[in-house]
Ligand binder design. Structure first.
Ligand code: GDP
Length: 458
């Protein structure tokens, strides 16, 4: 590689026991020789994959820090280039000083995601696996982390490679048949071709079905808490989040705007929104809050409808129940304040397609059952969230949809016994489109954009 040698702090910003600076590129070892003085021997001959203990020195030979140098030789490193990692003390000032020193010695600052981009460009990772790295770092729940690990290990890549392999076989079949007179495909070949195309199409469809689950693991299930004022929505949010994020008062309408928290329930990430309620608003600020509640209810994937089990249903409660009957989102009805005398009955919620749970947000009872119900409902909506091959990027979904269209065209052309040329064009279209998901056929602008979303130092 003729590219520059790059360096960056690889560990999180702030004070830590150790901090790591990573240097990658053809001059990585040369940089190390200039700034690192081993306690024993010299660095004339740097032994790869061995920890060297010594001092990191300034240009005037003063000591900046002491630490460990870990050299790795191309191509057996994360980036596929020569890499050295300098483990120093994890203070932000000392790390910064060592980093500046690597720049003095010939490296330049690495851009966000540049190490992983190099790994991709050097063929160490395909695009979906590289994105798995980023997702693992950003994962906010155990299941998201597992999905990211499987993506990193190549679950999605392999599935796509298998579909492409099948398509290539079909394309070869057609090309072999071009020598046949009058462009006719012999019946046996046509049957085999149909089988290939159908199998590829259904595999693409299967991936598209998993896309929503993939998105949920990345972004979280949009969960909206609704209910009239004072039923205990904020208390519920707090109980689930475990902090005092929402203000709990007994003055109706205090949650004027929407409060959003991210939580993880049985490993499933949830974006939890506490809303202002649907009450006829008295002032302008509340009106905005109510309008937002309406919008959030329309977009919600899961609705937690809260009622006060210790008082009769009010007009507003009845309105909400009527709304719930018409809604498509998964709904769970929560009768809060079960610690008080109970007035509400399950029959009050007839006609709403939702489980009814008794809870006390204040005493914390019934919350485990609620968590279990949420997890079960999400699984019901999205199927198996543990399948590794879950596309989750717009880019991937769009490419899969395009591939599906090509394949359905190819199926139609084959059924109509039209020219094999057209089939071949569509199969190639599907093949290339799927290749783009892996990063085989995407332009450099897109590559730059994808990697710029990575964090600095990765
Ligand atoms: P919101 O307006 O729906 O967000 O309701 P809040 O969470 O602000 O609660 C309204 C009032 O009900 C507060 O005084 C809470 O302390 C009280 N409250 C909330 N949950 C419970 C509960 O489970 N049991 C009892 N007894 N009171 C509760």
């Amino acid at each position: 590689m003729t590219e520059d040698t790059i360096s960056q702090i690889a560990t999180a910003y702030g004070a830590g026991g150790i901090g790591i600076i990573r240097v990658s590129g053809a001059d990585a070892f040369a940089v190390a020789r200039q700034i690192f003085r081993p306690v024993r021997g010299d660095l004339g001959e740097i032994t790869p994959y061995r920890a060297h203990y010594g001092q990191i020195t300034a240009a005037d030979s003063g000591v900046i820090d002491e630490g460990i140098l870990l050299p790795m030789r191309a191509p057996h490193s994360y980036t596929g280039e020569d890499v050295v990692e300098l483990q120093c003390h994890g203070g932000s000032i000392v790390l910064r000083e060592v980093l500046l020193r690597t720049w003095e010695a010939g490296a330049r600052p690495a851009e966000a995601g540049e190490f992983t981009k190099r790994a991709f460009l050097n063929g160490r990772l395909d695009l979906t696996r590289a994105e798995g790295v980023m997702e693992l770092i950003a994962a906010k729940s155990a299941r998201s982390a597992r999905a990211a690990r499987e993506r990193m290990a190549g679950a999605l890549s392999q599935e796509i490679a298998a579909i492409r392999h099948r398509l290539l076989g079909a394309i070869a079949r057609i090309e072999a048949g071009i020598d046949f007179p009058e462009d006719d495909i012999p019946a046996a070949s046509a049957a085999a071709l149909r089988e290939d195309i159908t199998a590829a199409a259904s595999a693409v469809q299967r991936l598209l079905t998993g896309a929503n689950a993939g998105r949920i693991l990345r972004e979280g299930v949009k969960t909206v808490i609704v209910g009239r004022p004072n039923v205990g929505k904020s208390s519920l949010l707090n109980a689930l989040v475990g902090t005092e994020r929402a203000i709990v008062t007994d003055v109706p309408g205090t949650t004027r705007d929407v409060i959003e928290e991210e939580i993880s329930i049985e490993g499933i990430p949830l974006r939890l929104l506490d809303t202002a309620g649907l009450r006829a608003a008295e002032d302008a600020v509340e009106q905005i809050g109510v309008a937002r509640t309406e919008q959030h209810m329309r977009d919600a994937e899961l609705v937690l409808a809260v009622f006060d089990s210790s008082s009769e249903l009010t007009e507003e409660d009845h309105e909400l129940i009527a709304r719930l009957r018409e809604m498509n989102a998964e709904t769970i009805i929560l009768c809060n304040k079960e610690d008080c005398a109970r007035v509400l009955r399950v029959a009050d919620f007839d006609g709403v397609n939702a489980p009814v749970l008794m809870i006390s947000a204040q005493a914390g009872t019934g919350l485990d059952a609620l968590r279990e119900t949420i997890a079960a409902r999400v699984q019901m909506m999205e199927g198996d969230l543990s399948d590794g091959a879950l596309p989750n990027k717009e880019r991937e979904v769009e490419a899969l949809q395009r591939a599906a269209r090509h394949l359905s065209e190819a199926e139609k052309t084959l059924a109509a016994e039209m020219g094999t040329d057209f089939i071949s064009i569509d199969l190639r279209g599907a093949y290339d489109t799927l290749g783009a998901i892996l990063g085989e056929t995407v332009d450099t602008d897109l590559i730059d954009r994808i990697f710029s979303e990575f964090c600095i130092g990765k």
